[in-house]
Design a protein around this ligand. Structure first.
Ligand code: ARG
Length: 576
């Protein structure tokens, strides 16, 4: 049940009936304070201004024709012309009851779209760093949400698997193989391998010459170089897969659509851009000048799409990639979860894409940027020695800390149970700490905060869930035993019921804005509303009809928390 959409429709109709121009926005929102009702419509003021009438008088006209029979118990005008809507308990009872008996919690499927989501995108022969962690888990959560709404989601892992660095990497892999025999998938320290390759390239002229010749050969399709290249990609992705699996992220090898995939399109694109008069030669390179970007002299900025030596760039690849996503993948929408520092790069690539007519305007290309992960000192998150933090090490540390925490809290669980709880809490803590922050801001990575049982954290939410299910396990009641129907009687029940029904709005907002923190905030509020309800409304000791009703509300709460956490990629525990 999407209450906001329902009320928005009703108020829109009333606006029109009261004389507003067609399609005037009703602007229905959840109210910030209980005294303003459950929802408020803010559109009246704008319309009244357009019509040149008194907003409060116009609001009265709207209310006179507004038909919320059965839905609202009270509708009133407030302030300069807000319309406050108070939902009716009876209606809330019927709706929560319906949600309770529906496997999808009453949530309707959206009209299906093809949506491409570009996320994770680590680089070959490099470790995944914390920036890739952010992209991976935020992207994964949005993918889950879009799929839940019924969309056809194509996960695209745009790995950095192409570029001149492969010359030195192949030359170094060759050297290592000559010394140690066949390299297995355990080339564990990729970062060190990369650094070593670079060092040899800088220090050893013969090595560097070989590396350069391998770049040319690789680009020319040489079989040996292609095989070595593939090995580097595979070794990297096998290791990344371990991280994905630990993080409960659904990416697999099947989702890899790296930069190299677009190689065969690049020359044609540059030729086409030339033909369209968009790319022009400058110093032997092919450049597109964009009026909307000025260089420091105030002239249109030039974006190079092909270098003088014939090589292509990251931008050229992203132009091809957007074209491919529209033409071949038939995307209606493309979401990119990439570090905010790449914003200009994307804007330039897409500006060229639009000018060349590769992707029509109605297909959205969306950069869902995110900020940096910072250390406690407020500076970019690094190891003590100042190096990049390996994702695998970060997850190991989470595991250790969660193990100690669970050990100290639950003396009476078996070792297996404790291990399972610790792993689940550890991964959840790392993910939730990230997902619960507004995506675009930098945030401070703090172990103590993320593992706390108070506040908007994973342990708090997971515990909130176990607490609700324990009501059932302790009383030995299961869903099948529930009879009767939900009957909202007091305020705490009412607040909880309205919040439960707002799950659908939370799901939609994440799908629309690509901001999983909206789901975290929703769940945190829901858990708070449940606590207040639980304190004020005895369940098991209530008389039978009330007991059944409250048990149903509790069960719907548990189901909603579980489903919401699942959309965030976070697992729940029946005991902890
Ligand atoms: N591999 C890039 C990086 O590590 C991210 C790629 C993002 N996707 C894209 N279509 N450019 O920064």
């Amino acid at each position: 049940m999407n209450i906001q959409a329902l009320l928005n429709d009703k108020v829109s109709q009333a606006l029109e009936a009261a004389g507003a121009p067609a399609n005037s926005p009703a602007a229905v929102r959840q109210s910030a304070k209980a005294q303003f009702g459950d929802y408020q419509a803010n559109g009246v003021m704008g319309v009244a201004k357009k019509l040149g009438t008194n907003p409060r008088e116009f609001a009265q006209k709207v209310i006179d024709v507004l038909d919320l029979g059965g839905i609202a118990s009270k509708v009133e005008i407030a302030g300069p012309g807000f319309i406050n809507i108070f939902l009716c308990s009876k209606w809330l009872s019927v709706q929560t009851d319906a949600a309770m008996s529906d496997a999808r919690l009453g949530l309707k499927l959206e009209k299906q779209q093809n949506i491409v989501v570009d996320y994770s995108a680590p680089n070959v022969a490099k470790e995944m760093h914390v920036g890739h962690l952010r992209s991976t888990i935020i992207g994964d959560s949005v993918v889950r949400t879009l799929e839940y709404l019924g969309h056809n989601v194509i996960s695209a892992n745009h790995i950095g698997d192409w570029g001149t660095q492969f010359g030195m990497l192949i030359a170094n892999l060759e050297r290592v193989q000559q010394e140690q025999g066949e390299v297995s998938m355990e080339l564990s320290d990729l970062e060190a391998f990369y650094r070593e390759s670079k060092k040899m390239y800088d220090a050893d002229e013969e090595f560097a010459a070989r590396a350069r010749s391998y770049v040319v050969k690789l680009q020319g399709g040489d079989e040996y170089c292609a095989k070595m290249w593939k090995k580097l990609v595979d070794v990297t992705m096998v290791q990344n897969q371990i991280n994905y699996d630990r993080l409960n992220v659904s990416l697999t090898q099947d989702h890899v659509m790296g930069e190299s995939k677009y190689n065969s399109m690049l020359q044609d694109i540059v030729d086409d851009l030339k033909e369209k008069g968009l790319a022009v030669e400058s110093d032997g390179a092919q450049v597109v000048y964009l009026d909307e970007y000025k260089n420091k002299d105030g002239d249109p900025m030039g974006v190079i799409v092909q270098k003088r030596d014939g090589g292509f760039l990251y931008t050229t690849t992203d132009i091809a990639c957007a074209k491919y996503r529209f033409e071949d993948l038939k995307a209606d929408r493309v979401l990119y979860f990439i570090d905010s520092r790449q914003h200009q790069h994307l804007m330039q690539a897409w500006s060229i894409v639009r000018k060349a007519g590769y992707v029509p305007e109605e297909v959205t290309l969306e950069h869902h940027a995110f900020g940096m992960m910072l250390g406690k000192d407020g500076r970019p998150f690094k190891t003590r020695a100042g190096g990049t933090v390996r994702l695998a090490d970060l997850l190991d540390e989470a595991q250790e800390r969660a193990t100690a925490l669970i050990e100290s809290k639950n003396k009476d669980l078996t070792a297996d149970e404790k291990a399972h709880i610790a792993t689940t809490v550890a991964m959840a803590a790392v993910k939730y700490a990230d997902l619960s922050k507004h995506r675009t801001t930098d945030y401070i990575f703090d172990w103590d905060n993320m593992l706390a049982f108070e506040g908007n954290t994973a342990p708090y939410m997971q515990y909130a869930y176990t607490r609700v299910v324990s009501i059932f396990s302790k009383a030995n009641i299961s869903e099948a035993d529930l009879t009767g129907s939900i009957c909202i009687e007091n305020d705490k029940e009412k607040v909880l019921a309205a919040k439960l029904l707002q799950f659908e709005e939370a799901v939609h907002s994440v799908a629309r804005e690509g901001q999983p923190h909206l789901m975290c905030s929703y769940l945190f509020e829901l858990a708070g509303n449940f606590s207040s309800f639980y304190e004020a409304c005895p369940i098991l000791s209530a008389e039978e009809a009330t007991k059944q009703s409250r048990l149903k509300l509790a069960l719907l709460t548990a189901k909603t928390i579980k489903q919401g956490l699942d959309l965030l990629g976070i697992e729940t525990l029946e005991r902890m």
